[in-house]
Design a protein around this ligand. Structure first.
Ligand SMILES: [Zn+2]
Ligand SMILES: [Zn+2]
Length: 299
């Protein structure tokens, strides 16, 4: 006798029998025979192309049967498993965030999924389920994210490139800030934020890495850029005054450095301080390491 085990979702067809007798030599025969006695049950488990439906799995003696033309022996056991929500008990046990219609785990053929991976959209069982920064994820996506994040860590070659990138960005921003200040003859403090932003961007682009050490590099480069912008703005004004007196000063004249060292502090007013804080913040944020918080459920 072939024993056919019916999932609770289909009890309404079998007068609440969990196990019924099957007849036939293939799974298709058994299903046709069941349908003769319990009309409509076959259509619930196979589609028009005679394939097991998406949320249904057949097991013959514990082996997953992907097709219904497979043979069934006279003493075999056929389990019909459904991942569809079975009844009120299932609904109570299911976590709130789980989708209403469930499927099988993409990595475990016969295990019911409890959630959908937020990264690849595949169903995940409770064993495979993790949360990555609060989002449900499958094990392969979790591994991939872990690999990506660990690849962010700097190595020996990182710092020279990060410093070069940070300084290039900061000085480009400094030139823009100084040029605007000189051209407009007015301080536009918010351009300082550009210095910090470009410093951070330069560090990330040239090093390709993220870490707290690189955040320190970005902030240091930004400070160099901010001081440089102030220096060039001051130097430009003093060179102009010098010209009138017939004195030719270059941008890197030691006299200008000396003056800047003495009066440079006075060039940073309260508004500058605000913009500098924002600039340093922008530089600090850019190479911040990716926060990865993985929680694993199940075993
Ligand atoms: Zn995934
Ligand atoms: Zn799984």
């Amino acid at each position: 006798m072939i024993r056919v085990f019916i999932p609770s979702a289909l009890y309404s067809y079998t007068d609440h029998a969990a196990e019924v007798e099957g007849r036939g030599t293939t799974l298709a025969d058994v299903l046709a025979d069941l349908d003769a006695r319990y009309p409509g049950i076959r259509f619930r488990v196979v589609d028009e192309q005679d394939r097991p439906r998406e949320h249904i799995r057949f097991f013959v003696n514990g082996e997953l049967a992907r097709r219904i033309d497979l043979p069934v022996g006279p003493n075999d056991e056929v389990h019909v498993i459904t991942a569809l929500s079975g009844g009120s008990e299932d609904d109570d046990e299911r976590p709130d965030y789980a989708p209403k219609e469930l499927s099988f785990c993409s990595e475990h053929e016969s295990v019911q999924a409890v959630d959908t991976c937020a990264l690849c959209d595949r169903p995940v069982c409770s064993t495979c389920l993790t949360t990555v920064n609060g989002h449900p994820a499958c094990s392969s996506c979790t591994d991939r994210v872990r690999t990506e994040v660990s690849a962010e860590q700097p190595d020996a070659t990182t710092y020279p490139r990060a410093i070069a990138g940070g300084l290039a960005g900061a000085l480009a921003g400094a030139v823009v800030w100084a040029a605007i200040a000189i051209a407009g003859n007015v301080e536009v403090g918010y351009v300082a934020v550009l210095v910090g932003f470009l410093a951070g961007l330069g560090v990330v682009k040239l090093s390709g890495k993220r870490s707290q050490g690189l955040q320190v590099v970005a902030v240091s480069c930004a400070v160099v850029g901010l001081v440089a912008a102030k220096y060039f703005t001051m130097a430009h004004v003093l060179i102009g005054i010098g010209e009138k007196d017939g004195q030719h000063l270059g941008y890197f004249d030691p006299l200008l450095f000396k003056i800047f060292a003495e009066v440079g502090k006075e060039m940073f007013g309260p508004f500058d301080i605000l913009w500098i804080i924002l600039a340093v913040g922008a530089a600090w944020k850019a190479p911040a390491p990716t926060n990865l918080d993985v929680e694993r459920f199940g075993g």
